[in-house]
Design a protein around this ligand. Structure first.
Ligand code: FE2
Length: 352
């Protein structure tokens, strides 16, 4: 175990203790405590702190949690190959666009649960119960404090104004986060407005899109551009990093929540649903209910500097330091339903 990792575990243990939770040793398959059965997750998430919460779930229920990690394409291919023989009871991934895709492929089943419906606001879950948001992330504008005054910033749409020519950084259009952001603009203002926005962003780009969200933040710090559109947890990771060089990257960069006057900042979720072929249906529902509970939410979301979905739980300290914001309350299922239209627009305006 690296020093960084052990520090993270110590920090998590402190958070758990502060919330009245105990850190328990990881159980091994076949323990006496496993007589309540098991539950298996195919997961796109991979954080050590998630495992500690699975241990806590086992302590509470006796249910053992198995996790298979991979990217969504790999996990979907595996589910399709395995068919009804699949051991997966739950599928976890990031972005509502992908959750909708899993639903449309017939890989999930609807779940009706009062605790889930109570803890997860309606716009952050599938209307038919096929998937539920587990953590939230906002797609924000970050800016260099020396070259941009936050009073110059307002909306995603305003980034297409002439004054931002050659100054805007954002990743490629093949990325689902940008597809979902564009889908949200289609839902709010229609396809023509969305196309104008995408074309205007391309016209103002500081460079041909390259790299992920962290690379856009680093490019702002390096002076390649002055503003970038990124998900909050990438900024939070740098700000809370154990590496001084990471913290230095964000020292001169501010976070701005756009579109506060009208629809609110674009928000997405990581989330999960019960697989269509789940063998441990009740255990799968019980784990989802635990992960959205007040007890687990702060720790679960905070593991990746994300916002809780459960409105009763506060954001962790790094996120809270940026202030509160108005979030778009668009039903996130619409992002998946408008994904194809968004991809078409990106192609039309030649957003690489
Ligand atoms: Fe991400």
């Amino acid at each position: 175990m690296t020093a960084v990792r052990s520090r993270r575990i110590a920090l998590l243990a402190a958070i758990l203790l502060s919330q009245g939770l105990a850190l328990v040793a990881a159980g091994q398959p076949g323990d006496a405590a496993s007589n309540a059965g098991e539950v298996s997750i195919y997961s796109h998430r991979h954080y050590q702190s998630d495992d500690l919460l699975y241990d806590r779930f086992r302590e509470l229920t006796g249910i053992r949690v198995n996790v298979v990690q991979g990217n969504l394409d790999e996990l979907i291919a595996r589910l399709q190959r395995e068919g009804s023989a699949s051991p997966a009871d739950l599928l976890f991934t990031v972005d509502a666009g992908r959750l909708v895709r899993a639903k449309e492929l017939g890989l999930l089943q609807p779940v009706a649960s009062a605790p889930l419906r109570g803890a997860v606001p309606g716009h952050l879950r599938d209307p038919d119960g096929y998937w539920y948001g587990l953590t939230r992330r906002a797609r924000v504008i970050v800016y260099h404090r020396d070259r941009v005054d936050p009073s110059e910033l307002s909306t995603y749409e305003a980034l297409t104004e002439a004054r931002w020519r050659g100054r805007v950084l954002i990743r490629s259009s093949s990325n689902i986060y940008n597809q979902s952001l564009l889908a949200s603009i289609i839902a709010s203002d229609g396809a023509t407005a969305a196309r104008n926005w995408a074309a205007g962003m391309v016209a103002n780009m500081a460079r041909t899109p390259s790299g992920g969200d962290t690379d856009q933040i680093k490019a702002v710090a390096a002076g390649e551009g002055d503003v970038a559109v990124v998900n909050t947890y990438y900024f939070g990771r740098l700000q809370a990093s154990d590496e001084a060089a990471d913290r230095q990257v964000v020292e001169s960069i501010g976070v701005f929540f756009p579109n506060q006057q009208r629809r609110g900042t674009h928000v997405n979720v990581s989330g999960g649903g019960v697989t269509a072929t789940a063998k441990n249906l009740q255990n799968a529902i019980a784990l989802l209910e635990f992960l959205v509970s007040v007890e687990a939410q702060g720790v679960y979301a905070g593991a990746n500097h994300e916002y809780p979905v459960n409105p009763e739980v506060d954001a962790e300290s790094v996120l809270a330091g940026w202030g509160s914001f108005r979030a778009d309350d668009l039903g996130l299922h619409q992002l998946g339903e408008r994904n194809a239209a968004a991809v078409r627009i990106f192609d039309e305006v030649d957003w690489r």
